[in-house]
Ligand binder design. Structure first.
Ligand code: NAD
Ligand code: UDP
Length: 335
């Protein structure tokens, strides 16, 4: 089976490519290196001892995509390519709408033209906005609070309409909760540029001394210790969820939506404690004002993915903290 993976050198894409190669799928990788490095391709080859085909280019460029579809008959696409920074999307909405929507529309056009029938799309728990109840079920009302989230929601609508126009196209939307962690080899992980926005990359910068302390955004939320609660999922578990989705969609051309999380919520203070215990490092922190746009609590009901895809996350928070730290240390040693 031949799978096209867009954004395949990014954080989640690279881990998914490794799992696909380990299961003997043929993988065609596409990435424009906007938010990734070529060394990720080398590391994928080192880990898997396989050589997937890689094309450097932009999924928004129809001629580039056409060249790939002319050369390879794809069985399915996993579409990770996109911009993902919430704050940046508020400042650059047009770039976000263009990149995140045109890429999907181009892929759908190629699917029609070349008869590729299946697509798995990277959506996000952000489409639930501020949930009224917990845990979050897939049919909860959807609402977004920033351009990034809106691109995910509009992508979901486009893909739903695409499936309705021709139900022989199978589409699975995966709504990720909070992916963290790294590959156990220490060769793949999350590598954001500049000062990180997300919790785990920020903790890593504090752990290695690049930043003096963690700022915790609010301790007056209605949660067990007042800090924000999220559903953190190990990126390798998340990657395996994509294989389950591919297996499902290759069997029947469904349209369906799945939460991918662990179903458990952890507070910021619990993550700090788990990191300290897992790695024997103190993380100094200071309580600051709440961050604008943050919700108090967000965790998934994972029963649909469990019952329908037979997917269950296996790695716990301590493992996520250990693997993330190992990647960070190895990355520093390699530099
Ligand atoms: P990432 O930035 O690490 O990976 C995305 C990859 O896509 C990068 O390598 C980038 O260079 C590439 N890319 C971007 N635009 C492209 C284009 N037009 N053509 C070709 N390549 C392009 O992000 P990630 O964390 O791996 O996320 C993957 C997907 O999952 C994204 O769509 C993201 O919005 C979504 N998602 C991520 C999270 C998260 O917390 N990481 C949560 C929910 C959803
Ligand atoms: N957070 C924090 N300090 C940081 C980054 C994040 O206290 O430097 C908190 C944030 O308020 C939220 C949780 O950590 O409660 C997870 O934040 P992240 O940005 O990683 O994920 P998201 O909010 O997008 O789910």
């Amino acid at each position: 089976m031949k799978i096209l993976v867009t954004g395949g050198l990014g954080f989640i894409g690279s881990h998914t490519v490794v799992e696909l190669l380990n299961q003997n799928y043929e993988v065609i990788l596409v990435d424009n290196l906007y938010n990734s490095k070529l060394e990720v391709y080398e590391n994928i080859k080192t880990i898997t001892k396989k050589v997937p085909i890689f094309y450097q280019g932009d999924v928004c460029d129809p001629d580039f995509l056409e060249m790939i579809f002319e050369r390879h008959k794809m069985d399915a696409i996993i579409h990770f390519a996109g911009y993902k920074a919430v704050g940046e999307s508020v400042k650059k909405p047009l770039e976000y709408y263009e990149n995140n929507l045109v890429s999907t529309i181009n892929l759908c056009k190629m699917m029609k033209k070349y008869g590729c029938k299946n697509l798995v799309f990277s959506s996000s728990a952000t489409v639930y906005g501020s949930p009224k109840e917990l845990p979050i079920i897939e049919d909860f009302p959807l609402q977004t609070t920033n351009p990034y989230g809106t691109t995910k929601l509009v992508n979901e609508w486009i893909l739903k309409d695409f499936h309705h126009s021709d139900p022989s196209f199978g589409i699975i939307l995966l709504r990720y909760f909070n992916p963290i962690g790294a590959h156990e080899s220490g060769l793949l992980g999350e590598d954001p540029n500049g000062i990180p926005n997300n919790l785990m990359p920020y903790i890593l910068k504090v752990a290695d001394g690049s930043l003096p302390k963690l700022n915790i955004f609010g301790n007056d939320y209605p949660t067990r210790d007042g800090t924000g609660v999220r559903d953190y999922i190990h990126v390798v578990d998340l990657a395996k969820g994509h294989l389950k989705a591919i297996e499902k969609i290759l069997k029947e051309p469904i349209f369906d939506v799945y939460n991918l999380g662990t179903g458990k919520g952890y507070s910021v203070l619990e993550v700090v404690k788990a990191f300290e215990e897992a790695n024997q490092i103190k993380i100094p922190y200071e309580i600051k004002e709440r961050r604008e746009g943050d919700v108090a609590e967000c965790y998934a009901d994972v029963s649909h993915a469990f019952e329908d895809l037979h997917f269950q996350a296996e790695k716990d928070l301590k493992q996520m903290c250990k693997d993330a730290y190992r990647y960070n240390q190895r990355k520093k040693e390699r530099k």
